[in-house]
Design a protein around this ligand. Structure first.
Ligand SMILES: [Cu+2]
Length: 174
């Protein structure tokens, strides 16, 4: 004789509940899986977004998402920005912003024969120091920046860099 399970009163009562529980389990499992994949996708998409936003060797820097030199990973310079010192009396002055990971300006036009004061902004990381190697100058920029004084120079070009010699700037003396 066959025992028909659908006629079992215990099974009949428990079956709908068991089915509900199974559906609930599948929904919860699916929700967990979807949120995990979403979180993973979000995390995975971020570095590739940053990489595609800038050319190779450059990183996103600054509040405006500007691309700047990756410095210690590539040694590439940032955008070349030219600036000129203004002569006032017997000194010429110019300010350089290093907060974006490169020298702004990176090409500084100076007047020959006039002592120079260059005010560097505060810098960190790669731009923690500025170096004028041929003048024996290495200054820390991490606490409010620094003012570099240079003697009156002969016409020519002079190089400066970050302390690691990874990001460079040029003095063009005319
Ligand atoms: Cu550096």
């Amino acid at each position: 004789m066959n025992i028909d399970k659908t006629n079992d009163p215990v099974t009949e009562e428990a079956a709908p509940r068991r089915g509900l529980r199974r559906v609930a389990f599948v929904i919860v499992a699916a929700a967990i899986l979807v949120s995990f994949l979403a979180a993973y996708g979000f995390a995975a998409s971020r570095p590739s977004d940053a990489a595609s936003a800038c050319d190779e060797g450059f990183v996103v820097a600054g509040a405006d998402g500007e691309c700047a030199s990756g410095c210690c990973s590539s040694g590439e310079a940032g955008p070349l920005i030219s600036g000129e010192a203004s002569v006032s009396g017997d000194v010429q002055r110019v300010s350089v912003d290093v907060s974006k990971g490169y020298f702004d300006p990176g090409e500084i036009v100076l007047t020959a024969g006039v002592p120079t004061e260059i005010t560097f902004s505060e810098g960190r990381g790669c731009m923690a120091e500025v170096m004028f190697e041929q003048f024996g100058i290495l200054e820390d920029l991490t606490s409010g920046g620094a003012v570099i004084t240079l003697p009156a120079l002969d016409p020519g070009t002079y190089e400066f860099s970050c302390g690691m010699r990874m990001v460079f700037g040029t003095l063009v003396v005319r």
